[in-house]
Structure formats: C-alpha cells, structure tokens
Design a protein around this ligand. Structure first.
Ligand code: DLL
Length: 432
C-alpha cells in the first residue's frame, strides 16, 4: 500500500526538520552554481548560509517561466553538463520550451517518487502497465515508465499510437493498469465500444491519469466505462515531471511528495501567501533536485492545500484537483496552447485585427478548438469568396503553428464577448 512508509507517513515535525535541512542545502547549491539565483539573492541581501527557518522562505524571490526561458537552454542548470544524464522539456507546441536536466541521482529520485504515486494509485509488481503517454521530450511517459519499472511491474511502453492498436494490445497483453491523459483515456473507452469489445473481458483495474485538467464527471465516466479506479496525478517538467503529487485510492486530493517539494499557495494578483484551504496559485520549491533546482517556482496552476489527515494514513498534505490556470494557457489533447500563439498568427495576416476569441469544447470525446476572428466590417460584408479564402489562410497558418486541426469562424468584431471592458480570450466549455 505504501512505497516508502517511513517517508509517506512521517510526522509533521520530522518532515519540517527534513524540509529545512534540504532547503538550506538547495539554497547554497543554487547560490554557488546558478548565476540567476546568485544575482537575485545578492540584490535582496539574502545569505543562504543564514537561512534558519521555513518561514524565511517567503523572503526568497519568486521564479517565473519567463525567467527560465531567458536562460534557454541550459542557463538554470546547477551542475556541469557532464553530470546531466537526461534532458526533457516542458510541453508546448512551438516557441521555446523550458529545458530541464536530470543527474543520475535526480533520475533515481524521480523513479522513486513516481513509484510512490503508482503504488498509491493501486499498482503493484503484479501489474501489467500500459503507458500511453507520449514518449519523447514530454516528461509524462518516461516518468511513469521508470516508476513502474522501479516497482517491478511489467511495462508496455506503447506511447500514443493509433487507438485501435492501443486497445488491441490492451486486450492481448492483458493490461491491468493504464496511464495516459484523461482525454486520451476517453478516446480509448470510445474505441473499445466501437470495436464491440466487452469491457468486462479486459483485465483493466486501474487508470492513472494526469497532465491536464479533468473533472469529477470525467473521472466517473472513465471509471464506469473502463471498469477501473481512476486517480489523478499532477506534475510539471520544470519541477520534475509526474511524481510531484498523486491521489491515493481514497481519490480525495493529491498527496504532495512534501519531503522533496515545498509548496505554498499565493494570491496570484498580490502574491501574498494564502491560508490553508484557500484557492490560489501553487508555488513550488524543489528540495532535492541536483541538475535543475527551482526556488519558489510560479506554476500558474490554481489549487488549494488540504491539511486534514487522509484515511490512507499518509501524512503528506494534499492539493485539490487543479481546475485552471492563472494565465490562459489551454491544454488540448495533451498539447499546450497559449492564446499568444494564435494572436501572433492573426497579427501576421494582413487585414486581421488581433481581436479574437478561443472556444474550447468537448465534442464526443474529442476536444475541439474554434477561433472566432473579429474582422472589420469591410471584409465581413465583402464578397463571400474573398472571405472564404481569408479564413482558409488563417486556418492553414494556425494548423501549422499549433500542430492540430482547428476551426476558424469570422465574426464581427463587436460581437466578441466583452468582460470588464476587455476581450475575453478563452472560453472553455469543456464540462469540468
Ligand atoms: O504534464 C507532467 C505530467 C505528466 C503530470 C503526466 C502528470 C502526468 P508539463 O508538460 O510540464 O508536465 O505540463 C505541466 O500541466 O503546470 C498543469 O497546468 C498541467 N497539469 C499536469 N498535471 C495535471 C493534473 C506534465 N493532474 C502542466 N491536473 C501543469 C490538471 C495538470 N493539470
């Protein structure tokens, strides 16, 4: 039931002592090895050697994704490249992703933490684990892969192939645990039905999902359709990948691996710390990372901390399901899209003013993205053919930029929804 009971059920007092020691070591390491942190600490007069209490954390500077981008690709690494054994990136379609590195020790830690969340989600060495996350620079697949091997489960590293083949392998190889994005799991469930396979004839027991927001309604649907226990798993490449937090079988919040990650919740506007239970932006400080430590990283994810004890016996605090982000980043079909990417395409096309709105909807099991483009009246009322060409041009460019199919609809500028005098960029109609 536990992977490392002595850690997962540690007393709060012992945990805080461990966190403080590890934080002190991390601060010294980043000060010595990462110019970005040294400069910031010097500016704020922070001497890592005099850091005495976890409360002092609040005096440390916040780190943003932009800070990481500015040091692309390796500027934030705290070890020489000869010690880096793996490179992954944060997800994102184009533009500059965040490049993260791992030492041999980091990979060991990562595997161990992934093993913890897998065990918490029901997986044992007797399981046959199908990993249907995308293998590659995305941290999802390899994170789960190493964790599953660490436990001694039998791993099927299938990645994201054609869904029918996915189902066929699941059937023939007698998969007992499935790992993928919840969106992809819905497609798999749909395909099982299309292929006229009786789900009871499959061996599936557990589904460990994550990497994008999903609601309790979708959990229920997946549990029902796939006859599994479905748990939620959270992580991000900048911090490690999957293994940061994961649900136990109680399915009531995600246990944070607090002996490796120090979390805070702040008001995203004022950046002041919020008390337990209140929803705000999650801030994470890594406590053991060697190659890519981050100090007070702004995740942009909105959640709250649950401190009440969990029935499972783990003492780590839980975070509530992440249901949104402070910026307008959209995760669709596992791909990250920023409104700014769409905006830049529109800018490039002559005649378009960057007035647009992105509608995300779930049609059947697929997420669809429609871009409403506000065009000036002259184009709107001009010949139909000209308008069609214009829309098609935008659509082609958007598909090239985003890497998946989108719909484009022209609307009169003034019909775009306005909120507090602003254009509302994203309307996410997926049932959450
Ligand atoms: O998505 C790591 C991961 C892979 C986690 C597989 C769990 C399972 P990135 O590609 O860097 O890393 O994307 C991180 O995805 O900041 C959240 O906005 C979102 N996200 C990740 N897990 C969840 C989740 C991986 N369970 C970004 N619920 C994060 C909601 C999630 N959003």
């Amino acid at each position: 039931m536990y992977w490392e009971p002595e850690k997962e059920c540690i007393s709060r007092e012992a945990l805080q002592q461990l966190q403080l020691e590890r934080l002190q070591a991390t601060l010294v390491r980043v000060y010595m090895n990462v110019p970005f942190y040294r400069k910031k600490f010097d500016e704020l007069g922070i001497d890592p050697d005099t850091f005495r209490s976890l409360e002092d954390l609040r005096k440390l500077p916040l780190t943003t994704k932009d800070d990481l981008r500015l040091s692309y690709p390796y500027g934030m690494f705290a070890v020489p490249m000869r010690e880096v054994v793996r490179i992954q990136t944060s997800s994102g379609t184009t533009g500059m992703p965040t490049v993260v590195g791992y030492t041999r020790n980091d990979i060991k830690t990562w595997s161990n933490l992934a093993a913890r969340i897998l065990v918490a989600g029901g997986v044992t060495q007797n399981d046959i684990v199908q990993i249907a996350f995308d293998y590659g620079l995305f941290s999802g697949a390899l994170g789960f892969h190493y964790g599953a091997e660490r436990i001694g489960a039998s791993v099927i590293p299938i990645s994201t192939v054609n869904t029918r083949r996915q189902v066929k392998i699941m059937q023939d190889f007698k998969t007992t645990a499935l790992m993928c994005t919840p969106g992809y799991a819905l497609s798999i469930a749909e395909t099982i039905k299309e292929m006229d396979i009786n789900v009871n004839s499959l061996s599936l027991k557990y589904g460990l999902f994550g990497a994008e927001p999903w609601s309790e309604a979708i959990r229920n649907e997946l549990q029902e359709k796939l006859k599994i226990i479905a748990t939620d798993n959270y992580g991000l490449s900048e911090v490690m990948g999957p293994g940061v937090a994961g649900e136990c079988l109680e399915r009531n919040g995600l246990h944070i691996n607090e002996d490796h990650f120090l979390v805070e919740i702040v008001d995203p506007e004022t950046l002041t710390p919020l008390p337990e239970g209140e929803t705000g932006e999650l801030i994470i400080t890594t406590l053991t990372k060697e190659a890519f430590p981050v100090i007070r990283f702004r995740t942009r994810d909105l959640t709250s901390i649950i401190s009440e004890p969990c029935k499972c016996g783990r003492t780590f605090y839980r975070m509530s399901k992440v249901m949104g982000r402070t910026d307008d980043m959209i995760k669709i079909r596992g791909i990250t899209v920023f409104p700014s990417q769409i905006e830049s395409v529109l800018f490039e096309i002559e005649g378009t003013e960057p007035h647009y709105q992105i509608i995300v909807e779930r049609k059947g099991v697929m997420d669809e993205l429609t871009v409403l483009v506000g065009v000036s009246e002259s184009i709107f009322f001009d010949q139909v053919r000209k308008q069609k060409d214009f829309i098609e041009r935008i659509r082609t460019k958007l598909i090239a930029e985003l890497g998946f199919s989108v719909e484009v609809k022209p609307v009169e500028k003034k019909t775009l929804e306005i909120e507090h005098g602003k254009f509302r960029r994203v309307i996410d109609r997926r049932k959450m």
